[in-house]
Structures are given as C-alpha cells and as structure tokens.
Design a protein around this ligand. Structure first.
Ligand code: GDP
Length: 298
C-alpha cells in the first residue's frame, strides 16, 4: 500500500540525517521532494499545496527547537500533517437513538458497495447489532443475488424485492426494507444502491430519492481508491448530488499510489470511516488516520 510514496518520503528524510540544523535550502529541498512525491502519488493539487505550505511553515518556524535532530523533527511534522489531512480522529458510525439506524451506501458501479454491505453487516453483527441488508441495486444484473450470497456468507439477513412486488423500483424496495426491519426488530439497516460506470443524472436522482424515502442516519460514499485523481471529481459529484456523511475507501490493497486516500477528506470535507482491503469479508477495517500515517512513514 502506497509503497512508492513511502519510499520517496523515507529517502527524503534520509538525506537530512546527520544535519546539525536545517538551513533554508534544506527546507526548500525537502518541501520540493515531498511535493513531487505527493504529486506522483496522484494527490490532488490543492491538497498538495496546503500540505507542503504547512510543512514549510512548521519546519522553518520556532517549533524546530525541540530535543530532536532535524531529520526527526521533519518526520514528526510530516506525520502530524498526514494525520491531519487524513482526518485527524477516527470517525465512528453514529447510531440512531430510535433504531433502526439507517446506513445508505452510494457510489459508482464497481466501487465495491455490495461487497462492502456484507463486510459492514458482519462488522455490525460482531459488535452486537442485528443488521439487515436491503438490496436496492436493481440496475446491475445479479446485484441482488450477489448481496444475498454475501449476506449468507456474513451471516446477515438480506431483504430483497419479491418478484412482482416493487421490482424495478428501488425507492419502493428501500421503503419496504425499512418497514421490514422495523417489524422484525433489526437495529441497523444497510441500504445497497445502484451505481453507474460514471456519474449520471438519473443515477444521482435515484440516490436522492432513496435518501428522501429512508432518511438515513449515515450516507456512506464508497470510493475505489485505485482510480486516483478521477476519484476527486466523482467524490465532488456525489457530495453535491446525494450528499454524504463519510467515505469508505475500497481496494486499498491494490492502491500502490495513495492519491485518492490522501485527497478525499480535504476535497469533500467528509471523513474516511472504513477501509476495504480485499475481496474477503475479513478484509475490512475502521480507518484510523494515525495508523495510516504511520504505515506511510514506516
Ligand atoms: P458495486 O458495483 O459497487 O456493488 O461493487 P462490487 O461490490 O460488486 O465490487 C466490484 C468488484 O470489486 C468485485 O469483483 C469485488 O470482489 C471487488 N472488490 C470490492 N472490494 C474490494 C477490495 O477492497 N479489494 C479488492 N481487491 N477487490 C474488491
């Protein structure tokens, strides 16, 4: 994960080793290297600008007087600023005081929503909840069936449209799913929705309509981390369309660069909450900005 960025940053810090103090030229060279490494990792330009200006300010500022050598000081500053752009604190799910808590998943087709629904369901179950997955992706052939299989593997119940009963109308399935959950005392409902291969008005309207029908406590935007810079435009379109409260980064296992992961929080203003790191149900974790920063700087 993010191997190139890690290597580049480590090499930059190495070049500072043994220095007694940092000259302006040292800071310039370091900031330049960090900037290049971030741009090569596909981090969004405004994020790179803000990040490097914070590093420059802090590395040249009064702060550089502690009992650390210059290389250690720069590592510390970069670490803290990485944690900050990754969101600072771990953002956990907010549960409704009046269950069921409704979690809606939104994102492009192939982002990993259906897979995530199973992982999230399992995670919730392990934490003592009684989740229900609701299959509202009626766009992609087989998506309902895929959710049913995922749910079965995860040991989590799935609400799917009955033939002839609201088939073709995801908003009505979402409503029925929520009703079913209330009736059968599920305490969390995870609504899987349809995506398209690109952002389009009809898909966004459908997501908006489902949102209006089930008033979710959390809308999670599911983002394939491997798409790099394009992720930023997609995230902005979903923020301005259906809107969302948190981000789930998927396919981090295949993301060698890290651009989407490092940009999405700053660009959308919403925190990354979970990470999906493989196709198996277990490949799922809470997103901890501090741990992610440590991994990058390891
Ligand atoms: P959806 O269209 O958003 O519902 O996407 P799916 O859940 O069907 O996922 C699309 C593809 O990505 C499937 O082949 C999944 O197995 C795969 N996938 C989902 N999450 C991950 C992940 O974290 N890592 C990897 N390597 N593959 C994933």
């Amino acid at each position: 994960m993010f191997a190139t960025l890690s290597d580049r940053l480590t090499a930059t810090f190495k070049s500072l080793r043994g220095k007694g103090r940092l000259t302006e030229a040292d800071v310039d060279a370091t900031v330049r290297e960090i900037r290049r490494a971030l741009l090569d990792a596909d981090v969004a330009l405004p994020v790179v600008r803000e990040f490097t200006s914070r590093i420059r300010e802090r590395a040249t500022g009064a702060e550089v007087q502690q009992n650390l050598n210059p290389a250690q000081q720069v590592v510390k500053i970069v670490n803290e600023e990485l944690v900050a752009i990754l969101g600072g604190e771990t953002r956990r799910l907010r549960f409704s005081k009046n269950p069921p808590t409704v979690i809606m998943l939104a994102g492009l087709q192939g982002a990993g929503k259906t897979t995530l629904a199973g992982k999230l369901g399992r995670h919730l179950k392990q934490n003592g909840n009684r989740p229900l997955l609701v299959a509202c992706d009626l766009q992609r052939p087989n998506a309902v069936n895929q959710l049913q299989i995922t749910g079965e593997r995860a040991g989590v119940d799935v609400f799917a449209p009955e033939p002839g009963n609201g088939v073709g109308d995801p908003v009505s399935v979402a409503r029925q799913g929520l009703e079913h959950a209330r009736h059968h005392h599920y305490d969390v409902v995870v609504v899987d929705t349809a995506g398209r291969t690109g952002v389009d008005a009809e898909m966004m309207q459908q997501a908006i309509d489902i949102r209006a029908a089930v008033t979710p406590d959390e809308v999670l935007f599911v983002l394939d981390a491997m798409v790099g810079q394009d992720a930023v435009a997609t995230a902005e379109a979903f923020r301005d369309g259906v809107g969302f409260d948190g981000v789930v980064l998927t396919k981090l296992d295949g993301d060698a660069r890290g651009g989407a992961a490092l940009s999405v929080r700053q660009v959308t203003g919403q925190p990354v909450m979970f990470a999906s790191t493989g196709e198996k149900l277990d490949d799922f974790e809470l997103f901890h900005p501090d741990r992610m920063a440590s991994r990058i700087l390891d």
